[in-house]
Design a protein around this ligand. Sequence first.
Ligand SMILES: Cc1cc2nc3c(=O)[nH]c(=O)nc-3n(C[C@H](O)[C@H](O)[C@H](O)COP(=O)(O)O)c2cc1C
Length: 188
Amino acid sequence: MVIKIAIILGSTRPGRKGEAVARWVYEIAKKRIDAEFEFVDIKDFNLPLLDEPGIISQGQYTKEHTKTWSAKIDSFDAFIFVTAEYNHGIPGALKNAIDFLYREWNNKAAGFVSYGGTGGVRSVEHLRLVMAELQVADVRAQVTLSLFTDFENFTKFKPAAFQKQYVNTLLDQVIAWGRALKFLRTQK
Ligand SMILES: Cc1cc2nc3c(=O)[nH]c(=O)nc-3n(C[C@H](O)[C@H](O)[C@H](O)COP(=O)(O)O)c2cc1C
């Protein structure tokens, strides 16, 4: 069973470091033959601050941007979130994009790649709580990239060599759970 996995770039600000990180993850992922991958940049969806008046968990969408975002997320079996750490949490743009939808996330798997002064670990702890409410199964393996050791002068992304293996371990776990949950969804 070949599943489809989105690599979701969660920061949208001009000059974001996240783009280089997400592209690196995507390049590693693309070499695998046990899943299909797509690069999903939240910025491309031009989502405003949540502007749906209806009940999100019932899919009551009125806006074209919501419908486009919904169709995109619905098409995946699992997610790799690439997230920065903003004030010990996830970027507001990522939380906003997550909040736009509900069912599209349910009963799918997710893994995290984070970066920051302490590898973005606090943002991922935050994100794991959000995933619980969305019924997303988040795997244990995690890639944490340090601004001190995986970036040159805190700017240019230059990951330590061992990080690539961590990406593949993360993908192993997300693919295994993503397959299991796809089976569960198709049994309903
Ligand atoms: C609003 C804001 C808050 C931040 N808060 C933290 C933080 O709590 N911990 C941390 O390690 N880095 C923090 N940083 C530094 C970010 O890790 C760093 O700027 C990183 O490049 C942000 O990701 P981005 O470039 O993809 O937006 C913060 C940056 C911003 C813009």
